[in-house]
Design a protein around this ligand. Structure first.
Ligand code: FAD
Length: 323
């Protein structure tokens, strides 16, 4: 059963977000011979057409109005809705990002379509599409089968591999005539202030070194940053550490923070409260460093080190520097 699939490609810091390429990989699974269209917005949108084609897009629809350079709900709603009206997709995929989580339900609700959020897997099966998503703060997974009708899905970063680029592919590029009037925008972005450690986006980081109340101070977080820098990763935190003022809330991982699925999550001085586990327990490999052998974090860890993080972390940093 062939399906037309539309993917919203996000641009950030001058590059395509990896999760958009992961959405294209998901699209390839469910298109089953149908057309895959990628929509990309902003004055430099055309620059990304080749990369989108290399990752599976048959068509790339660009809207280059400069009011789309920064995300605003109203501008993206107008542009994306226009693409949807043109493409008539059966499946619409966005990253489970701030943008995807904002624009997808807004359009789905207007159109009366379904939305499955935070998917970790997407597979075709007997004419249906099976979407897998975590429930109960990541303690269980539910599979939702879609038989008919248009459906939106947001894809959790770092779960569906983007796959290798096929540089022999090219896509038909179409420029959409989207004129966004300033009057229609209720918000204007004047400045973007980003507080991500080491420049690596936490939700897309392959390696996260995360600190809890056991890190004891903002100064203590510098020890974690050194390890993250050597590993090319990002620094995250528990809410305990954020509440104590050791780091910014933008680093918080958990139920009320960011949900991450890195290849490697190193939890330092984090007890492993259920609300923290909700944000990281699906990481591929979890290493816990805690001086309390009874700490709950060891129940989800693949590797546990019982010890003082201020001894263990610098040792790891020195060893990884040698690699
Ligand atoms: P603690 O529980 O105080 O643990 C500190 C750990 O550090 C201990 O296990 C200790 O043995 C260890 N330690 C101390 N010194 C060292 C050392 N030198 N070396 C090694 N180990 C050491 N929490 C989140 O993280 N994210 C959320 O999104 C979140 N959302 C919440 C939402 C709600 C509605 C509620 C009620 C709570 C939420 N919490 C969240 C808070 C959560 O319940 C815990 O309070 C919090 O995760 C504890 O943080 P922690 O593990 O850093 O601190």
């Amino acid at each position: 059963m062939s399906r037309n699939v539309l993917v919203l490609a996000e641009v950030r810091d001058g590059g395509l977000r990896n999760v958009s390429l992961e959405c294209l990989a998901a699209a390839r699974r469910v298109a089953e011979g149908g057309t895959i269209t990628a929509a990309v917005f902003g004055s430099k949108a055309k620059e990304f057409a080749d990369t989108l084609a290399h990752h599976g897009a048959d068509k790339v629809v660009v809207a280059t109005d400069e009011k789309l350079d920064q995300y605003t709900t109203d501008a993206y709603f107008q542009a994306f809705k226009q693409v949807i009206d043109k493409v008539h997709p059966d499946v619409i995929l966005t990253g489970h990002t701030a943008i995807g989580r904002d624009v997808s339900p807004r359009i789905a609700a207007r159109m009366g379509w379904g939305l499955i959020s935070d998917c970790t897997d997407v597979q075709p099966a007997d004419g249906r599409i099976i979407f897998t998503r975590p429930i109960y703060a990541g303690k269980a997974f539910v599979k939702k089968a879609v038989k008919e009708g248009t459906v939106f899905a947001t894809i959790r970063p770092n779960n569906i591999p983007a796959g290798e680029a096929d540089t022999s592919r090219s896509a038909q590029v179409e420029e959409l005539d989207v004129a966004i009037s300033a009057d229609s925008l209720r918000t204007i972005v004047k400045e973007v202030v980003r507080k991500t450690a080491g420049g690596v986006d936490l939700t897309e980081a392959r390696i996260i070194v995360s600190g809890g109340r056991g890190v004891k101070s903002a100064e203590g977080f510098k020890v974690l940053q050194e390890l993250a820098d050597v590993l090319g990763g990002a620094v995250g935190a528990s809410r305990g550490a954020c509440d104590a003022g050791y780091c910014d809330y933008s680093l918080q991982i958990g139920q009320t923070g960011k949900v991450v699925t890195p290849d490697l999550y190193i939890a330092c001085g984090i007890s492993g409260a259920i609300q923290h586990l909700a944000g990281m327990s699906n990481s591929k490999v979890i290493v816990a460093i805690n001086k309390d052998p009874e700490a709950n974090i060891f129940n989800v860890a693949d590797y546990g080190i019982v010890g003082d993080l201020f001894e263990v972390v610098p040792m790891l940093t020195e060893e990884f520097k040698k690699v």
